[in-house]
Write a protein that binds this ligand. Structure first.
Ligand code: EPZ
Length: 430
């Protein structure tokens, strides 16, 4: 029964090292299977999502040797199967990145169809549209997506929706297609750029990543490479909002400030001070938080993965704020949990109307998904009294040592596995 036990009220103060970007790592690990030579990847976050993808890769014969907690050597010269088992995709949807990688390299791949999840239906029609445009057949049989072709040929692909996953999957397949591919209306997230840079380091020919038109010249073969993954903009943003919510003073280190621009801009807007240096951003929250309006958008807009975190902050601000979720259709489920802590929020469709309250009060709550779970922990850090967060496995999918990093910033938080450990925590914090 792993839970986080939290005694709120301490301002977070100090410095925290940000890890490698989970959503870049998932794409890059999959892409590493596209060469038969050895690839060395550094700054891989040690989180459940990356570890499950590594297990899925090993299940088809990829050799993954860990040099240290965040560095690994990958060799995919002995892949013996092109079918990714059901339970891997059930654990993480991003196993479907192996579709684009294996289709590009072997002209065939089979992966279980990912289900929906707590934040929305998560269709993959744009992934399928891209594979078909490259000449691959795609069919769904017995819960498997089966894609294959004799020849993968470059094409001009217009994505109907700005989709990170579809951009990544199609980019990988097109990398080894014959001829040129243009992906229009492509996602511009930092992790899309990181993947393109990684593929180019293996000998791919990809231009325009980070803009909405990506141009790819197919190459017959990719070679080995050594690559370091970018820092995680969402982990950084989560700690930045933790500073705001607890009236703290936190410096996130080993970040790329440019990737955090929309997050820093909103923190400034609600009254925090921001100090940027080359690879760090400091957030000081000495004044009461102000209200604002936010609409989540594809990068460089305000990220949907930061929506729960800003709602928690605006729930404590003076005045009324409006947050519109334009990416996913069901990403306000956590509001019911936040209401149990005293928040005053009305959700109408994809809009949340937030009337700021004086404080949250601690309660027993459940993490409904990865980012909302982290946001509820932040709420607990500011709340009066004790908060116990259930289902923290969601949070540990994407945050490495989350409670340990918070402890170094002065938070009274512990990961408890039994009722006895919880009682001990309660006695300790009083
Ligand atoms: C990625 O999901 C991230 N996951 C998500 O982060 C993130 O919230 C999302 O991008 C948006 O930034 C990974 O990178 C592993 P999309 P993805 O395709 O690729 C619709 C986290 O917390 N769509 O950009 O699945 C879709 O329904 C996770 O780390 C289609 O309609 O997101 C959504 O409304 C949560 N058809 C919109 O596009 C498709 O074929 C954006 O989704 C694909 C997507």
């Amino acid at each position: 029964m792993e839970q986080y036990a939290i005694k709120g009220g301490n301002p977070l103060v100090g410095e925290v090292e940000i890890g490698g970007a989970k959503n870049a790592a998932l794409a890059i690990l999959a892409a590493a299977t596209m060469t038969d030579e050895t690839v060395l990847i550094e700054n891989v976050p040690d989180v459940r999502d990356t570890n499950v993808l590594i297990q899925a890769m090993e299940s088809i014969g990829v050799i993954v040797s860990r040099i240290d907690r965040h560095t690994m050597k990958i060799n995919a010269s002995h892949i013996h199967d092109l079918t990714i088992e059901d339970d891997y995709i059930k654990k993480i949807r991003a196993s479907y990145y192996l579709l684009g990688a294996l289709l590009g390299k072997y002209r065939k791949a089979e992966v279980s169809l990912p289900g929906g999840c707590n934040i929305g239906l998560r269709p993959i029609d744009q992934h399928i549209k891209g594979f078909r445009a490259l000449g691959a057949s795609v069919r769904i049989e017995h819960g498997l997506i089966i894609t294959e072709t004799e020849e993968l040929k470059g094409n001009h692909i217009y994505l109907d929706v700005v989709s990170v996953g579809a951009t990544i999957n199609v980019m990988m397949a097109a990398t080894m297609a014959t001829g040129k591919t243009t992906i229009e209306n492509a996602a511009k997230e930092p992790h899309v750029v990181d993947l393109a840079n990684f593929l180019n380091s293996m000998g791919a020919d990809i231009k325009g990543a980070g803009t909405d038109v990506i141009r790819i010249k197919g190459v017959p073969k990719l070679h080995g490479s050594e690559y370091t993954i970018i820092p995680d903009q969402i982990e950084a943003g989560t700690f930045m909002f933790a500073a705001a919510v607890t009236k703290g003073d936190v410096t996130v280190k080993n970040v790329i400030p440019k990737h955090l621009e929309s997050i820093s801009a909103k923190l400034l807007e609600i009254g925090c001070e921001i100090e940027e240096s080359d690879d760090a951003v400091r957030v000081v929250a000495s004044k009461p938080l102000g209200h604002t309006h936010v609409k989540t958008l594809p990068y460089p807009g305000f990220p949907t993965d930061m929506q729960p975190q800003i709602v928690v902050a605006l729930g404590l601000s003076g005045g009324t704020s409006i947050v519109t979720e334009s990416i996913f259709e069901n990403r306000f489920k956590y509001v019911d949990e936040l209401t149990r802590m005293g928040a005053s929020i009305k959700v109408e469709g994809n809009t949340a109307i937030i009337d700021g309250v004086e404080r949250y009060t601690g309660a027993g709550i459940t993490a409904p998904d990865l980012r909302a779970g982290a946001a509820l922990v932040i709420a607990g850090l500011s709340a009066e009294g004790l908060t116990v967060v259930d289902d923290i496995k969601f949070i540990e999918r994407g945050y490495e040592d989350f409670h340990l990093k918070l402890q170094t910033l002065g938070a009274q938080i512990e990961r408890v596995n039994t009722e006895r450990e919880l009682q001990k925590f309660k006695l300790k914090v009083g």
